[in-house]
Design a protein around this ligand. Sequence first.
Ligand SMILES: [Cu+2]
Length: 585
Amino acid sequence: MTEKRYRFDTERRQFVTGLAALPLLATWPGHGRTQNPAAPVVPELRGIRFELSVGASPVNLTGKSAWAKTVNGSLPAPTLRWREGDTVELRVGNRLREDTSLHWHGILLPAGMDGVPGLSFHGIAPGESYLYRFRVRQAGTYWYHAHSSLQEAVGVYGAIVIDPREPDPIAADRDHVILLSDWSDEDPHAIVRKLRKQSDYYNLHKRTVGDFFRDARRDGFDAAVADRKAWGRMRMSPTDLADVTGLTYTYLVNGAPPAANWTALFARGEKVRLRFINGSAMTFFDVRIPGLRMTVVAADGQPVHPVSVDEFRIGVAETLDVVVEPAERPYTIFAQAMDRGGYARATLSPRSGLQADVPPLDPRPILTMQDMGHGGMAGHDMSQMKGMEGGCGADMKMPAMQHAGHDMSGGMIAHPASETGNPAVDMQTMTPSRALDDPGIGLRGNGRRVLSYADLKSTFADPDGREPGREIELHLTGNMERYTWGFDGIPFSKADPVRLNYGERLRIVLVNDTMMEHPIHLHGMWSDLENADGEFHVRKHTISVPPGHVRSYRVTADALGRWAYHCHMLLHMELGMFREVRVDA
Ligand SMILES: [Cu+2]
């Protein structure tokens, strides 16, 4: 690496100033100590008493002015710094003209403090406030967000950093929050309306006739035709990796768009801890820092055995702490959206004003039938789809029994009766994978060491120790065309609560019967992910289930009350992939 790769970024500064794109400039109390004059500083509040006010503020994140919903006038919301063992009090006032709420994601607390309107409290009406008060029983990196309407999509999210009581086992000289998010100038309700009319409205990558001839040259004409037929039968597009994309989204780091180049500073020789939080409404990110290995030390706030990687995928609502040891030069923190339609970007630098090269976006990945659990045998590629006709073909609404004659070495999965003949279910996974070691669609074989769930191993044994006493299997379902989502083909509005017995240890098995990845979050309790052999693997609060996968995890029902359980893709939750979990005495 030579010095000439780095330059003072005067063009960028002019660009940003020219746009007047300093988001919420007037309201940034920390602006005077901004490390990079182009990017805002997110306020940090620490202590045990917090006054938070949810309101509306003008922003300019794209070159056009728009309205955001903000906390204390800040997007993202202020970083809250707590200490393990303290009892915190947070008074949250509502200055909006609609109800609001704040939910403390991944935090163990009494149900009445969880902040989900309709379940744990009544919400906060305009002009009113609510006092949250609970003891902090954990340490690490978390976040908080609105649980009302679609406010989370328009700015109501922020970081939580909890310092441990005991000296931190994770040694670092410096600490930065890297809060990733997605922003649209469009009203999220308008986005929902568009998706309900045309579910691929934001699909940047519909395949063209030219793509067909390229594939035909590469794979042969028959294979290319079979491929198109297979996808056509399912009325789906293999490029639908994200339902809302860079066509409308600008991707942010700590509230700053790529042009503003939010910068994290370090001094020579320091070990730097980066606390990645995916506070997006709808975007999975693939993150890397070219030229720098990252040692992953915690996932969803909980310590894991250190693992050194070049890249990781972070699902919506997940957090991941990494430690890096940069040389004395700038690095780009590059977070591309999973569908490659755009990226968030920041710089890790010894001085402000420097930047490193920003890599090009990776080629867009194409889903295969195998990705969706229609295969499972090695080498079962798209060209063999013809052999599957009458099985996984037709309109994908076949009950599992019709596959009984197939030799599926991956193991057939049964489907709940509620999926059969259900227009809310447009496909079923037949031979899903239990493996945790797949880095994921678009990340396989890219020459980089990519983190997978198999690499995330808790530093502690199963904290409960009991074998699960019973098992609940739920299928993640949807109909892409109708843009409707659910569990077992049933939307929240028509579903009974999932009932847990206080104190029991149980296993939840999630089968993904859709072509999208779903990050599933259970409130109030931990989700202890198991490996393919059913052994405790890693403690998390959000378990992401890729298409064509089964994931199982253990839950100790040690928190009484009514809890939310949902996909953290905001629009999937809003359109039905949500359940109440009730823990009864
Ligand atoms: Cu989802």
